[in-house]
Write a protein that binds this ligand. Structure first.
Ligand code: PMP
Length: 356
């Protein structure tokens, strides 16, 4: 091995869910929204002046930051935007996790956290979820270099109570606590109401799920202005022009159409509850999902078998071959029609396995 090869930064990248190229697949594997973005986004995209694209975008993405700040009734200086919440969280790892103590996150959680920790050479420890796949708050209290967890958690779909989150933030005031609220619009809890009470709390959100814009790549963080200023300093030391003009326009249009957003979320929740009833009939059990996906297990057929059988029928769900969750599937909530196709396929698979 040559010296330059030895000096390469060794990383094991995050593996996102498959984006199948085949037509007519039922895609329930990456928690995207099954509905299009707000019609206002369409207007913003088509009405945009293309000539201006010769210019650099506003590095502060001010219009988008303002629109998000207005929406949440927070100050402009309390909002940071990035290219998807992955960008925002990656930036937050780089900015806030610099202590000599390890950071803490759950053993079963978003599988990008350990990748960022490795990339930025941040020491970490994982804490096991309990048998109900719940985060045990006591594990996050005590000496650590910071903490991050999604609420609701992924892929378990389980939501933590606000009092427990507050205890973690309150008992960790020497470090930054990041609550990744990628799925919070489908649940009952948000830590946003704590941001003016605790200066060590950063809440991260995304346009990729509830706002139906995974392809546009918009994420944001809300927190104390000192946290936001620190994030901006790191971002402007790396790449100033991350948010392109088109994303900024589309992001403003989407957040301003609250009625459409609420309608989409309500439809997904309705389909989620219906899907639970139908899947129970087939022998599936699941956690109490507060997200746009279900974390399911069958009472007799192995998850991997179901995963493969569904794939043969062009239905994609997510299977994680990892300890403790290797008999579970994560199933995104699609349209009613897609969930009917899933139900029919699962019925067939269950009947076939029983006959064998
Ligand atoms: N956090 C969690 C918990 C997620 O599941 C995802 C989606 N993969 C993200 C963050 C990142 O989403 P995005 O970069 O699309 O905003």
């Amino acid at each position: 091995m040559s010296t330059w090869e030895k000096n390469i930064r060794k990383v094991t990248p995050y593996i996102p869910g498959e984006q199948p190229k085949a037509p007519n697949v039922v895609k329930l594997n990456t928690n995207e929204c099954p509905y299009p973005p707000s019609p206002m986004v369409d207007m913003a995209l088509n009405g945009g002046n293309k000539e201006r694209l010769r210019l650099y975008p506003d590095p502060d993405a001010s219009e988008l930051v303002e629109a998000i700040a207005d929406y949440y009734h927070v100050d402009y200086n309390q909002v940071f935007v990035g290219v998807g919440s992955d960008d925002v969280i990656g930036m937050a790892f780089l900015t806030f996790f610099n202590s000599d103590k390890p950071i803490v996150f759950p053993d079963i959680t978003y599988s990008f956290y350990d990748v960022w920790a490795d990339l930025f050479q941040i020491d970490y420890v994982t804490k096991p979820l309990n048998h109900n796949f719940e985060i045990v708050k006591e594990d996050y209290i005590g000496e650590n270099g910071g903490t991050i967890f999604p609420n609701p958690n992924a892929p378990t779909a389980v939501e933590m109570k606000l009092e427990d989150i507050e205890d973690i933030v309150k008992e960790n005031q020497d470090v930054v606590v990041i609550v990744d609220e990628a799925y919070a619009d489908f649940g009952d809890v948000t830590a946003l109401e704590l941001i003016n009470k605790y200066d060590n709390l950063l809440v991260v959100r995304t346009y990729s799920k509830s706002r139906a814009m995974a392809g546009m790549r918009i994420g944001y963080a809300i927190g104390n202005e000192k946290l936001i200023a620190a994030l901006k300093s790191v971002k402007f030391s790396y790449n100033s022009y991350t948010m392109n003009m088109t994303s900024i326009d589309a992001g403003v249009a989407a957040i301003n159409d609250d009625a459409y957003f609420r309608e989409v979320v309500a439809k997904i929740l309705k389909t989620r509850e219906k899907t639970k009833d139908k899947m129970s009939e087939l022998g599936f059990t699941f956690t109490d999902s507060k997200t746009n996906f279900l974390f399911v297990k069958h009472n007799s057929i192995r998850a991997e078998v179901i995963f493969e059988q569904l794939k043969k029928r062009n239905i994609f769900v997510r299977y994680f071959n990892k300890p403790r969750i290797d008999n579970y599937l994560r199933v995104t909530i699609g349209t009613d029609e897609e969930m009917d196709k899933l139900y029919q396929a699962l019925k067939e698979i269950v009947e076939q396995e029983k006959a064998d």
